[in-house]
Design a protein around this ligand. Structure first.
Ligand code: HEM
Length: 431
């Protein structure tokens, strides 16, 4: 007998069901109940073979410990995001690997630090300061466009929090606005949208063979597209991150084409839906609290606290997976070498042992050492950029919008991985 704590089937289904993630309070209730009794617990499929069993980790301390111990908890070789076995088979058929795209998130040491080092400096605040004027111009354009469309009911996600971070990321990767839509569609084909309103890929209606072809085609198109950008940046380097990746050397050699494409793809995909979700969450919190909106309008020093709390409160990257490299004890459970673990950032960032009254949006929360950006060797590479672009956008909004209030029901996306609001109807009063 193993004596393992096993999550009952009906609750286990909620943990892997994208629709459960659209019902935020219900989801938080589920994680609270699990964490209170079994902060580390085994999740098994009802149908054998549907997915590999994994340990669900919901407490802040355990998620922090796993994230920081990159030797004991590996990103490779299993998928870093929860995947059904069918998806893994598709990936293997399409790309010859369990993993669709080779990128920072799937490498461990000694490869990971070498790749990470290539762009680490570029993403530091000192370098990002150069982007501020460009970001301000983009934020101003975005707010102009929102106000030009009439202010009685604005869908903040469609008008502002969706397009702005997408353009920022495309800009640093050298993708012109004319190709932005194509890049977005390719991303959806690659990762398959779980929410039918957001997925333009049609993957849900395809046969497995068609899915394989579509996914393989998307990987190839991405590779070719970024090979073109890389070639251009090798001939005419600029100060964007696309040039850094194009001209990078690892052990004296340029990146192999698949790794180079993977680098571009991880920056392209990690950088926008995440920041969109936190931006929309910040606006939702402010719209629900007019006094707080007025306070931050009058005192901009409150803005960094709002941005940080929004990132915790929304936790847009909802989980990552790790594989144990060795046997260990975790949350009273015996984890074996080779076991798969889900580190759940939503649950960790709502752990009352770390965050008093965790569901409250508290812009003055201190300390606020949340895990929304992860921790350890893989901690979000773009965290300073995310904070900067959100701050600059909100400065533009606070300058131009006197008041904001909800104008309908905000809806969340159905997604187990990156999640957040897909609509946020607001009434905005221009300043
Ligand atoms: C609010 C916005 C964002 C959130 C919540 C977020 C969250 C995360 C999380 C949780 C991880 C994994 C951390 C870990 O495994 O410990 C990650 C990794 C990463 N993020 Fe972000 N992210 C955001 C914005 C961005 C932006 C703007 C960029 C770049 C433009 C970016 C690029 C990356 C990259 C490249 C990685 C992989 C790092 C590695 O494995 O070494 N992210 N992010």
């Amino acid at each position: 007998m193993s004596g393992e704590a096993i999550l009952p089937g009906d609750i286990a289904r909620r943990v892997i069901d994208p629709h459960a993630y659209a019902e935020w309070d219900g989801l938080l209730d589920t994680f609270d109940a699990i964490r209170a009794t079994t902060p580390v617990v085994k999740v098994q499929p009802d149908t054998p073979g549907l997915f590999d069993p994994f340990w669900l980790v919901t407490s802040y301390d355990d998620v922090m410990r796993i994230s920081k111990d990159n030797a004991a908890f590996l990103n490779n070789p299993r998928p870093v995001v929860f995947s059904f076995n069918e998806t893994i088979r598709f990936s293997r058929a399409a790309t010859g690997s369990n993993i669709l795209v080779d990128s920072l998130v799937v490498f461990d040491a000694p490869v990971h630090p070498k790749y990470r080092k290539l762009t680490q400096e570029w993403f530091m605040p000192r370098n990002l300061a150069r982007l501020e004027d460009e970001l301000r111009a983009l934020a101003a354009q975005t707010v102009d466009r929102m106000l030009a469309g009439g202010t009685d009911e604005v869908d903040f996600v469609k008008e502002v929090s969706g397009p702005y971070p997408l353009r920022v990321v495309m800009q640093i990767l050298g993708v012109p606005p004319s190709d932005e839509f194509r890049m977005q569609m390719l991303t959806q084909q690659l990762f398959g949208g779980q929410d039918k309103d957001l997925s333009g890929s049609g993957l849900d209606k395809m046969t497995p063979e068609q899915v394989v072809q579509t996914v393989a085609g998307a990987v190839k198109t991405f590779e070719d597209y970024f090979a073109g950008i890389a070639e251009d940046r090798r001939r005419n380097p600029t100060d964007d991150v696309a040039s850094v990746i194009a001209n990078a050397l690892v052990d004296g050699q340029p990146l192999p084409p698949r790794d180079m494409a993977g680098y571009y793809i991880i920056v392209a995909t990690a950088g926008h839906d995440t920041t969109s979700a936190s931006t929309a969450g910040a606006m939702q919190a402010l719209a629900g609290d007019p006094a707080q909106y007025a306070r931050v309008r009058a005192d901009r020093s409150l803005l960094p606290g709002i941005v940080e709390e929004a990132i915790r409160w929304t936790s847009p990257v909802q989980h990552f997976m790790r594989t144990a490299a060795e046997d260990c004890e975790l949350g009273g459970q015996q984890v074996k070498a080779g076991d798969w673990l889900m580190i759940n950032y939503v649950a960790a960032n709502h752990d009352p042992a770390q965050f008093p009254d965790p569901r409250r949006f508290d812009a003055a929360r201190s300390p606020n050492r949340h895990l929304a950006f992860g921790a350890g060797a893989h901690q979000c590479l773009g965290l300073h950029l995310a904070r900067l672009e959100m701050k600059i956008l909100f400065e533009a909004i606070l300058d131009r919008v006197a008041a904001v209030e909800p104008a309908g029901e905000a809806k969340r996306a159905s997604s187990t991985f990156v999640g957040g609001l897909k609509t946020l109807p607001l009434k905005v009063t221009p300043a």
